[in-house]
Design a protein around this ligand. Structure first.
Ligand code: ADE
Length: 218
């Protein structure tokens, strides 16, 4: 799949692309392209944002700058899915992540500071997406959250076993992940649940399903 990210801080994404799961799928299952609005601005001095009409603090990413960047990269947008990252958007959840993971391509638009000129969201974006009900100073972290969540759903991103057991996998009926333990089996008197040491995989499976169900319901 192809994911394009438009940002003023493309270098902020480097650590994410150097780590699993994205590193495992980049160049094969995932074609990630980072575009800097500033490289396409029609304004002088690399200007990309401006003061809000009506007054107020902060700077707003300009609609003509976003247009120039999209036009340069795509020409015609066609049916491409374009997601504007904004705290006012549809809240990201696993269902939306899985929906995006099935797309052949999509685009993330991020803004800094006070956000986009609303016309970007209205006319260029097909979706507005929020990563949660709080306000960040830019869309870079939200874009990374979407990238990580969608990237790990690509074939080959995860080691086979963790993909099988991960949260929200169908084998757990859409539930949350069960608790996990590793060595030592006892630490300061805190013991790992006996069932996990039993070697009885049928019992382990049903214990995990039960734990997962309890966590999901609580
Ligand atoms: N930009 C600023 N805050 C955001 C949020 N919570 N989700 C998506 N984009 C944002």
């Amino acid at each position: 799949m192809q994911i394009d990210v438009f940002t003023l801080l493309p270098h902020a994404f480097s650590w994410l692309t150097e780590q699993r799961p994205l590193a495992a799928v980049l160049g094969s299952e995932l074609d990630l392209r980072l575009w800097n609005y500033r490289d396409f601005t029609p304004l002088t001095g690399g200007q990309v944002d401006d003061e809000p009409y009506g007054g107020g603090a902060g700077m707003i990413l300009r609609v003509d700058v976003v247009d120039a960047a999209l036009e340069a990269v795509y020409g015609d947008l066609g049916s491409r899915r374009i997601l504007a990252l904004t705290p006012q958007g549809r809240q990201l959840n696993q269902e939306l992540v899985d929906e995006l993971a099935r797309e052949e391509a999509f685009t993330l638009l991020s803004a800094r500071f006070e956000g986009f000129d609303e016309r970007v969201v209205e006319h260029f974006a097909t979706d507005a997406v929020s990563i949660g009900p709080y306000v960040l100073s830019g869309g870079e972290l939200p874009a990374m959250v979407v990238l990580e969540a969608v990237g790990r759903r690509q074939p080959g991103a995860m080691r086979a076993e963790s993909a099988m057991y991960e949260s929200f996998s169908p084998s757990l009926e859409g539930g949350l992940e069960f608790p996990q333990y590793t060595r030592p089996a006892e630490f300061r008197g805190w013991r790992v649940p006996e069932v996990l040491l039993s070697g009885d995989h049928a019992r382990i499976d049903s214990w995990r399903k039960e734990q997962s169900r309890e966590r999901t319901l609580s």
